[in-house]
Design a protein around this ligand. Structure first.
Ligand code: NAD
Ligand code: WQD
Length: 334
């Protein structure tokens, strides 16, 4: 399939472009490079032997999207979005404009070009703050109230996509709800490169292991979890990337909206992540317990049965693999 990959130069998008090429598809990246570097394309080329085309454009630019789509596509995977939770609280209009507005323009251009197979980057954030007694989260679990505009933008876009499919049943829409994507490509050539001080746990731990930051601040040890620290379903970005290819191959052209959790089905605590990273890096990772972070949930992890049964997809990499690959990337990227 020839696949338009918006945000394909970013963290999850670049790994998915690798998986698409390796599965014999032809991805074309559209990215405005607001949170990515052009050099990613050459790195994808080194890994796969095929350098994908990158069109530098903003998905909110309808004319640009219509122009890109003139060359003919079978499907679109839509990663392009802003994703910093804290920034979304400071700049809600920017987040709604970029994430929701960008999806509007893209859908309009795709509809005009008769490209109606669409895979969307959703997030476990749509489940809000789940009652720990109800875990694991099922795709049918209630969608919660988001605690920030970023989360609301995902809830809104899911609803918009369901409405679009009702209005025009020709659409085939897969909503992929990622849990906590971490790790990096095994080659050490692709990974996450947050600018400034990382907000997310594993990139922060990586910088403590490398000595760039002095210690991890653990946000709370009084949660109702086995060791009191937050529990999340960390999923290796390369497994996640393969989940997109599976969704595309199983669902392309099939009318409907298909929702899948993409996670491992297992929760790990913040302290377990720190211990695994110490094992894999061989570096001491000092930490201190500080207060809870506003908006954090105690625990969440996925039921992954639906993706396993319907997409024939399951993860193959564990927490130690995620830390080992993150550490390789951390060392290579400096
Ligand atoms: P990322 O920032 O690395 O990738 C997003 C890419 O989109 C970047 O390359 C950026 O330059 C591009 N982009 C942003 N706005 C754009 C626009 N208007 N036009 C064109 N390109 C634009 O982030 P990621 O972690 O790879 O996330 C990819 C998708 O997955 C996002 O939709 C994100 O919300 C979603 N998601 C991420 C996580 C996570 O923890 N990383 C979890 C759940 C869902
Ligand atoms: C994980 C755990 C923290 C940093 C976020 C978004 C979510 C989704 C994925 C896009 C929590 C703890 C963290 C630190 C810590 N993104 N922590 N010290 O918050 O589960 O999810 O990324 O859709 O929407 O909210 O991920 O990595 O920030 O936190 O103790 O310095 O690590 O409290 O328990 P989170 P995270």
């Amino acid at each position: 399939m020839r696949v338009l990959v918006t945000g394909g130069a970013g963290f999850i998008g670049s790994h998915t472009v690798v998986s698409l090429i390796e599965a014999g598809h032809e991805p074309v990246i559209v990215d405005n490079l607001v949170n990515a570097k052009r050099s990613v394309v050459a790195r994808i080329g080194r890994i796969t032997g095929h350098e994908p085309e990158l069109v530098e454009a903003d998905v909110r630019d309808l004319d640009a999207m219509e122009k890109v789509l003139q060359s003919g596509y079978d499907a679109c995977i839509h990663f392009a979005a802003l994703k910093a939770v804290g920034e979304s609280v400071e700049k809600p209009l920017l987040y709604y404009d970029n994430n929701v507005g960008g999806t509007f323009a893209l859908l309009e251009a795709l509809s005009g070009a008769e490209v109606k197979t669409f895979v969307f980057s959703s997030s476990a954030t749509v489940y809000g703050d789940p009652d720990p007694a109800t875990l694991p989260l099922l795709e049918s679990s209630p969608i919660g109230a988001a605690t920030n505009p970023y989360g609301w933008s995902k809830i809104m876009m899911e609803q918009i996509l369901r409405d679009v499919q009702v209005s025009d049943p020709e659409w085939s829409i897969s909503l992929l709800r990622y849990f906590n994507p971490v790790g990096a490509h095994q080659s050490g050539l692709l990974g996450e490169d947050p600018s400034g001080i990382p907000n997310n746990l594993m990139p922060y731990v990586a910088k403590v292991a490398s000595g760039e930051l002095s210690k991890v601040k653990v946000f709370g040890n009084d949660y109702p979890t086995p060791d009191g620290t937050g529990v999340r379903d960390f999923v290796h970005v390369a497994d996640l990337a393969d989940g997109h290819v599976a969704a595309l191959e199983k669902r392309a052209g099939e009318q409907g909206v298909f929702t899948y959790n993409l996670g491992t089905g297992e929760g790990h605590s913040v302290l377990e992540v720190i211990a695994a990273y110490e094992r894999q890096s061989g570096k001491p990772i000092p930490y201190e317990i500080v207060g809870r972070r506003a908006g954090d949930v105690a625990s969440n992890w996925a039921s992954v049965e639906k993706a396993r049964l319907e997409l024939d997809w399951q993860t193959t990499r564990d927490l130690d693999d995620m830390c080992a690959d993150s550490w390789r990337w951390q060392q290579n990227s400096h």
